[in-house]
Design a protein around this ligand. Structure first.
Ligand SMILES: Nc1ncnc2c1ncn2[C@@H]1O[C@H](COP(=O)(O)OP(=O)(O)OP(=O)(O)O)[C@@H](O)[C@H]1O
Ligand SMILES: [Mg+2]
Length: 250
């Protein structure tokens, strides 16, 4: 088995938007950036992978299991989905209860739930917030708690929708490190971004959506040299420059 996710001739339609004949692979242990302009279909792709939407035609396989009604609950145990906006993800009264929800749902015994919550809050550096109401956090803090809630279920694949958006430089840097560490443990990661900086520095490969069509799926080096592809990422060199400066990379 070489693929964590296999998207094969996928078609999907909203009233005024469609994904057409999308083919894309996420290999085992790979970290892939999914880029494309606003409205190109990135979040829609994630929702199809997790079975929140149904394709019109084509298929998605997660660890060789087809995503369909009968399989989605099993597949969702393997795939953690970080929503674009953490406010859409956090719903329990406190951080502890929110992060514990997934492990409890998996039927883990209380001491194991406790262990997973402690571990995942530690991974994202949010242990001090354990008793905090979820509506009393900054955007960046909420994003990290949302990620803790996902990794507490020990997924094998992470779908991260704009994990760096709306974060300041220290927080972006922290988030990059968290994702790298998870990836080093063998988790396959697919993340969306609008900034070429993240694919330049951290992605193994990149897939590019343009108006519902996948126009590229391959190496980062090749993509960076193709102006037609780079037009789809936004050319925010300023963010890249400041991040490099912050992390001492330049
Ligand atoms: N529930 C919906 N009903 C109808 N159309 C929708 C719905 N959700 C999204 N769309 C449309 O589908 C298209 C793709 O949306 P999607 O959210 O996948 O884009 P995206 O690439 O994630 O964009 P962004 O970078 O802004 O997050 C957009 O034109 C959007 O308006
Ligand atoms: Mg989106």
């Amino acid at each position: 088995m070489t693929c964590a996710i296999e998207v094969d001739h996928l078609y999907f339609r909203y009233k005024e938007f469609s994904l057409e004949d999308v083919n894309m692979n996420l290999h085992l242990g790979e970290q892939k950036a999914l880029v494309g302009l606003n409205g190109s279909g990135k979040t829609t792709m994630f929702k199809l992978i997790i079975g929140l939407l149904e394709p019109v035609a084509g298929s998605i396989h997660v660890f060789e299991r087809k995503v369909e009604r009968e399989s989605i609950w099993e597949i969702r145990k393997d795939v953690g989905f970080l929503f674009q906006n953490p406010d859409d993800q956090l719903f329990a009264p406190t951080v502890w209860e929110d992060v514990a929800f997934g492990p409890k749902n998996l039927g883990l015994p209380p001491e194991e739930v406790e262990r997973q919550v402690d571990w995942s809050l530690d991974v994202v550096g949010m242990s001090d917030f354990v008793n905090r109401p979820v509506n009393q956090m900054s955007h960046g803090e909420a994003k990290r708690v949302a990620l803790a809630g996902i990794i507490a279920m020990r997924p094998k694949i992470l779908l991260l929708d704009e994990p760096f958006a709306g974060l300041d430089f220290p927080m972006i840097s922290t988030m990059v490190d968290i994702i790298q560490n998870l990836r080093n443990e063998g988790i396959s990661v697919l993340y969306t971004t609008h900034n070429r900086f993240f694919l330049e520095n951290w992605a193994d490969s990149v897939a590019v959506l343009h108006d519902g069509k996948l126009i590229y799926d391959g190496s980062v080096d090749h993509a960076l040299q193709d102006p037609a592809i780079m037009q789809q990422t936004g050319n925010w060199n300023e963010l890249g420059r400041r991040m490099r400066e912050y992390r001492g990379l330049a």
